[in-house]
Design a protein around this ligand. Structure first.
Ligand code: C5P
Length: 225
């Protein structure tokens, strides 16, 4: 069984995919991490991100894998653990550029599909229900108000100790601008844009907790299993 969760940046896809994968014993596939790994490796190897052919050649030659290390899922590129490096603001700001290159997307497709072979999976990204797994049994398009998505991102970044109200508000504004730039780039690209699949169930999580959203998707999974 394939559960596809698509949606804009910061809508809670990762948290919800992790929770559902745990509940049902499914594999989890974070496709955004793969595009992030390409963006990070290009910068690391000094490849100009405007050099489409150079970035595409890189995407075709690297091997990206997910492997559990001490209970946490790590992402490696040719054996190097880049889990931390792919979550920086620099990667946030550049990933949409490499993700828009058709050759990069093509290079990611086969390894993404390979994860589903012989496994039930929860896959999350932007084009899972439309391009990667158009026949997925459950398709969810997860959204939330942009300001709420920015607020959650900032709180998540600070863990338990949030900054004072003024600093928080400033950071939320900055994060909101970055999220909106990324969504516009992802929705506006020619190949596999961020768009809701016609047969997806749209869930707006603005006023709901993670558990409530998971329960709703869990019901869809149980109905279609
Ligand atoms: O999900 P996450 O925010 O980590 O994704 C990072 C970026 O990777 C997105 O902004 C988008 O440009 C790209 N992406 C994509 N297709 C996917 C998943 C992510 O283009 N299926």
């Amino acid at each position: 069984m394939i559960v596809a969760i698509d949606g804009p940046a910061g809508s809670g896809k990762s948290t919800i995919a992790r929770e559902l994968a745990q509940r049902f014993g499914f594999e989890k596939l974070d496709t955004g991490a793969m595009y992030r790994a390409v963006a990070f490796m290009a910068a690391d190897r000094g490849i100009d991100l405007d050099d489409e052919q150079g970035v595409e050649a890189l995407a075709r030659t690297i091997t990206i894998r997910f492997a559990p290390v001490e209970g946490a899922l790590r992402i490696t590129v040719d054996g190097r653990d880049v889990s931390r490096e792919i979550r920086t603001p620099a990667v946030d700001a550049t990933v949409s550029k490499v993700a828009a290159y058709p050759g990069v997307r093509e290079a990611m497709l086969e390894p993404q599909r390979a994860v589903a072979e012989g496994h039930d999976i929860v896959a999350e990204g932007r084009d899972i229900g439309t391009v990667v797994f158009p026949d997925a049994e459950v398709k969810v398009f997860l959204t939330a108000d942009p300001r709420e998505r920015a607020r959650r991102r900032v709180l998540q970044r600070h863990g338990g100790d949030a900054p004072d109200a003024e600093a928080l508000e400033r950071e939320v504004e900055e994060t909101l601008a970055a999220i909106e730039r990324r969504d516009a780039a992802d929705a506006g690209r020619a190949v596999a844009p961020l768009v809701e699949a016609p047969d997806a169930v749209e869930i707006d999580s603005t006023a709901h907790t993670i558990d409530e959203v998971c329960d709703r998707i869990a019901r869809l999974i149980e109905e279609r299993r």
